[in-house]
Write a protein that binds this ligand. Structure first.
Ligand SMILES: Nc1ncnc2c1ncn2[C@@H]1O[C@H](COP(=O)(O)OP(=O)(O)OP(=O)(O)O)[C@@H](O)[C@H]1O
Ligand SMILES: [Mg+2]
Length: 286
């Protein structure tokens, strides 16, 4: 599904002494099937932007369209839209609600009128998919799991109802490097296989460079940069100005470029690309 923002403004706690503008005239098109990383300082508006996509917040001014649906505060329409959007909250522990992992994942399926056998079958598939073996975890309390495991339960709950769009608010924060890799490569595989539009909020530039087709950097509620990963090296000073940290890979490239100018083509930003380029280069030098 395609996402369209037109001149969108959002005020938090409008008409109160705490009134604060969270989104400032956002116009944005995300085509169906694209994998977009949303980055930016704490408080820049990332969560507000993505919550608008499934109608958790409604524009104060302007319009947001998801497929053929306009985001409004009509609850019935928004509930229908939400069935097709998988939304992983910034703090997945807030999303868990049932006594067992099984019931938690089954929860989103209950509204689909499936019989218990179909539900069990779907739950088993998604639990195995996210790396929680069914027999071992189905009866555990989600609240007695590690943060990484809770995140997998939340992700399994989202995937169980076959969404055609995924929105993930910092799905890897608090995970160790292996956990981050596992969660993101799973998401990337699903996105490629099923052509799901995917919006990933992340503070890690390396994640955006490796997995996304496009990087949107927010600053003070507005879109500050809208780039492809290949454009990141030339715009690095602006990214750093928006509060993002460079990556070890970009620093290594910068170091080589300083010593041997022109040695690494501008579009190379990621480990595998750099390795292939260096190997080719070394073979030519021999
Ligand atoms: N319930 C609220 N009441 C008032 N202001 C709020 C509320 N929620 C968010 N804000 C403000 O709206 C702005 C955008 O917040 P948002 O949560 O979208 O930022 P974010 O980029 O997701 O930040 P983070 O990286 O910390 O998750 C911030 O200035 C924040 O202080
Ligand atoms: Mg946030």
């Amino acid at each position: 599904m395609q996402i369209r923002f037109r001149q969108v403004i959002f005020w938090n706690q409008k008409n109160t002494p705490f009134e604060k503008q969270a989104l400032n005239r956002i116009t944005l098109d995300i085509p169906a099937g694209q994998f977009v990383a949303v980055m930016g300082h704490a408080g820049s508006g990332k969560t507000t932007l993505t919550q608008m996509i499934n109608g958790l917040v409604v524009p104060s001014e302007g319009e947001v369209w998801v497929g053929n649906d306009r985001i409004t505060n009509k609850r019935k329409d928004m509930n229908r839209l939400r069935v097709s959007i998988g939304y992983a909250f910034q703090y997945p522990e807030h999303q868990l609600l049932a006594d067992t992992v099984y019931q938690d994942i089954a929860f989103s399926l209950r509204r689909l009128n499936l019989d218990e056998e179909e539900i069990r079958c779907k739950v088993e598939i998604v639990m195995n998919l996210v790396g929680l073996p069914f027999e071992q975890y189905k009866d555990r309390s989600p609240f007695q799991l590690s943060r990484g495991q809770m995140r997998r339960v939340a992700l399994a709950g989202i995937l169980a109802s076959d969404p055609n769009m995924l929105i993930l608010d910092e799905p890897t924060s608090g995970l160790d490097p292996l956990g981050r890799y596992e969660v993101l490569s799973l998401i990337k595989t699903l996105q490629l296989k099923q052509g799901m539009t995917t919006v990933l909020i992340t503070h890690r530039l390396e994640e955006a460079l490796e997995y996304a087709d496009r990087i949107i950097v927010m600053k003070k509620g507005a879109v500050f940069l809208d780039l492809t990963p290949e454009e990141v090296r030339e715009r690095l000073p602006e990214l750093i100005e928006a509060g993002l940290a460079s990556t070890p890979m970009l620093r290594l490239i910068q170091e080589i470029e300083q010593r041997i100018p022109g040695s690494i083509p501008g579009h190379i930003v990621e480990e595998n690309e750099l390795i292939s380029h260096l190997i080719k280069w070394m073979r030519l030098e021999k």
